[in-house]
Design a protein around this ligand. Structure first.
Ligand code: ZN
Ligand code: ZN
Length: 362
């Protein structure tokens, strides 16, 4: 199948839009015509760190329509509308315990690779492309996926809105709905109002009696968070956030989510918690947080991490999309659409804070 892809040829260089050839689906594979693919922080971090073997094909928030299925594919048919997510083996102890994000085969299944056949899944003019990123490499007009990371969704949903549910939106929403599980009377503090933080705000707003605040440096994002239903927004430029959050929440946040990956922010989020409360970290930053252990011991606090919102995607993504369809999770307010040929504009807009979640379309 001939199509165009957004390739990375060099960690430092701009993306390159090029024609590629996508192979037909072999045993266990699904060919998806990609309608849209969100750009996630992990794509950009992987491009910078990335494999030495180039070019690489990124993209792990794809959504589209199934074009064909290979032999031995169960549960997915041509014509199905699908959201693509991370892969998991389905058979290890963590998968069987309902924690597919921590699958013991996760690294092998989700990193770049090449198919163990004679024919590459993706090739460009000069040879094979390193693909298989999150089992999709969806920055292309078609992607080859597998049933374990291909979630069939209601065809009524706008696929550009649905795409980021495969990673960013389920990460933020899952941290709130699956991990923190705030009850009426709770105050949730969300640090960083990017795509993950905003999804956490939207998720908190679906719970009765739960209040949510954001701590965010960008004025535009604080304003958007308030429009989307956040009860308060803290600007770190106004002074120490620990005091501000403690005051707003009447003594400390009962739940917190750090999406920033900035070590000092996690330490501040911990310090601003109420007694017995938990902060969840989802960002992977550089450096060591200056954590005061007495904060944890003397006040019975917890720091824990979570990946992909601790979700079971086949259940959680349709559940979130149902909330969206009911008007209770207005994810369309978070996305900006860009033709895939305009990826440079999309990245510039994201850096400048003009868009929360850029989504490429084909
Ligand atoms: Zn597994
Ligand atoms: Zn991601």
């Amino acid at each position: 199948m001939r199509t165009t892809a957004v390739l990375s040829r060099d960690p430092a260089a701009a993306f390159s839009v090029e024609p590629v050839e996508i192979d037909e689906p072999r045993a266990g594979e699904i060919l998806v015509r990609i309608a849209a693919a969100g750009i996630c922080h992990t794509d950009l971090a992987t491009r910078r760190a990335g494999a030495a073997d180039r070019p690489i094909l990124l993209g792990h928030e794809g959504a589209g329509v199934v074009a064909a299925v290979g032999p031995q594919v169960v549960g997915v048919r041509p014509g199905d509308h699908v959201v693509l997510t991370f892969r998991h083996c389905g058979a290890c102890a963590n998968c069987l315990a309902g924690r597919p994000a921590y699958c013991r085969e996760s690294v092998a299944l989700n990193q770049f690779g090449r198919r163990g056949h004679d024919a590459p899944r993706v090739a460009h003019a000069e040879g094979p492309v390193l693909d298989g990123f999150f089992g999709q490499s969806s920055f292309a007009g078609y992607a080859l996926t597998t049933a374990d990371n291909t979630i069939v969704v209601d065809p009524a949903i706008d696929l550009a809105v649905a795409a980021p549910f495969g990673c960013g939106f389920q990460t933020g929403a899952g941290a709130v709905l699956n991990v923190l599980r705030p009850e009426p009377g709770a105050w949730v503090a969300v640090y960083g109002a990017g795509a993950v933080g905003m999804a956490a705000v939207l998720a908190a707003r679906t719970l009765d009696g739960v209040r949510v605040l954001v701590v965010e440096t960008s004025a535009a994002r604080r304003e958007l968070a308030l429009e989307l239903g956040a009860d308060a927004a803290v600007d770190p430029a106004d002074g120490p956030t620990v005091a501000a959050v403690r005051e707003l929440t009447g003594g400390g946040a009962t739940h917190a989510l750090d999406t920033t990956g900035i070590p000092s922010v996690l330490a501040d989020a911990l310090a601003a918690l109420a007694t017995g409360a938990t902060v969840v970290a989802v960002g992977l930053g550089r450096g060591t947080p200056p954590i005061d252990v007495s904060e944890i011991v003397l006040h019975g606090k917890t720091i824990r991490g979570c990946l992909e919102g601790d979700s079971v995607p086949a259940e959680f993504i349709p559940r979130l999309l149902d909330l969206h369809a009911a008007g209770r999770f207005p994810a369309e307010r978070l996305i900006g659409r860009y033709r895939h040929t305009e990826i440079d504009t999309a990245l510039a807009d994201q850096r400048a804070g003009r868009v929360v979640k850029p989504v490429l379309t084909w």
